[in-house]
Design a protein around this ligand. Structure first.
Ligand code: NAP
Length: 306
């Protein structure tokens, strides 16, 4: 047999061996009756997570800003098998909202097993245009509100040996073009929650912290903001959602989705190569080229609870 044939045979053997003996330890039935507070639940990956948790029989509180959309997601979750489900409209650019949302969830569910932090403010996928106020606003929505939500939920998570799941991005590990403010918020999440993981462990508090590093996912907002500016394939939102839920349930330190992102992150840190990275991005992402209008004005607090 030629050497190439031997290599192919050996590779096939290793893959076959792994397929037979590698079993996924994720057991969806462990999520039946689990009490979950999920943010950014009205669209994209958060909406898909809501449907998975519902199929697994979880008790869920959904939150995002748009009440009518949350209502529709809630109805679909009920049809899919959610044991209990509630929603609370809230705008995370308002610093008073995170605590209210956690109190609402505690009142409705009697405690929490999972806090899944997923929402983001409108992302400008463009070159830095000097708008410091927008960065400040995005920090509130994408970072400070996560800190406030987690802080309010820590006592109940400690009591229930629960899990904190934080959705981040490749741009929170490796900075990429057109994501100055967004990338900053995601790096901040990594710093804060990875440090918190150490402190919880040092204090023997049994709360897991799972940081989820995602590549480009085919949500409406991501596809709209990156169209014509990035040459990368987008992975399905439903699969990304399942990878996040699985990682949280298995109390993993970090989740990379798609899986090859882990290798990209390691290589990017060990052998940074800016021209290679930039070749995936169109130079047309100049200031003002984002098709999505961004409104950094905080919306008024919403007082309707369900
Ligand atoms: N899609 C990707 O390519 C990609 C890649 C890497 C990482 N991620 C991460 O995955 C997560 C989900 O992304 P996605 O693409 O699914 O986002 P998305 O489709 O844009 O959904 C964002 C969610 O956040 C909510 N939201 C927006 N502004 C809010 C505010 N001020 N207060 C409270 N909720 C707000 C939205 O609902 P309302 O409008 O109703 O408020 C919506 O439910 C994010 O953490 C993102 O960084 C995504």
């Amino acid at each position: 047999m030629k050497p190439i044939g031997k290599v192919l045979c050996a590779t096939a053997f290793v893959i076959g061996f792994l397929a037979v003996f590698w079993k996924d330890s994720f057991k969806p039935e462990t999520l039946s009756g689990a009490r979950v507070l999920l943010t950014g639940a009205s669209a994209g990956i958060g909406e898909q997570m809501a449907y998975h948790y519902a199929r697994f029989g979880a008790e869920i509180v959904l939150t995002a800003r748009r009440e009518a959309v949350l209502q529709k997601v809630m109805e679909k979750c009920l049809a899919l098998g959610a044991k209990k489900i509630f929603y609370i409209p809230a705008d995370m650019s308002n610093p008073l909202e995170p605590e209210k949302v956690v109190h609402f969830a505690l009142q409705k569910l009697g405690g929490l097993d999972y806090l899944v932090l997923n929402h983001i403010g409108t992302t400008r996928f463009q070159m830095w245009d000097g708008d410091v106020e927008y960065t400040r606003w995005l920090m509130q929505v994408n970072f400070f509100s996560y800190v406030s939500l987690a802080t309010a939920a820590l006592p109940t998570l400690e009591k229930n040996q629960g899990s904190l799941v934080v959705v981040s991005s490749l741009t929170g590990k490796i900075p990429t073009p057109f994501t100055t403010s967004y990338s900053a918020t995601k790096f901040a999440l990594d710093g804060f929650f990875s440090s918190l993981r150490h402190e919880l462990s040092m204090q023997k508090k049994n709360i897991s912290v799972t940081l989820c590093i995602l590549g480009l996912i085919d949500t409406k907002s991501a596809l709209e903001s990156t169209r014509g500016k990035v040459y990368l394939p987008a992975s399905p939102a439903a699969d990304a959602a399942l990878a996040i839920i699985r990682g949280g349930a298995l109390r993993m330190r970090e989740v990379f989705y798609p899986g090859w992102l882990h290798l990209v992150c390691c290589l990017g840190v060990l052998f940074p190569c800016d021209p290679a990275l930039q070749s995936f991005y169109s130079p047309q992402g100049g200031p003002g080229s984002s098709p999505i209008p961004c409104n950094p004005t905080p919306a008024p607090a919403v007082a309707k609870y369900h």
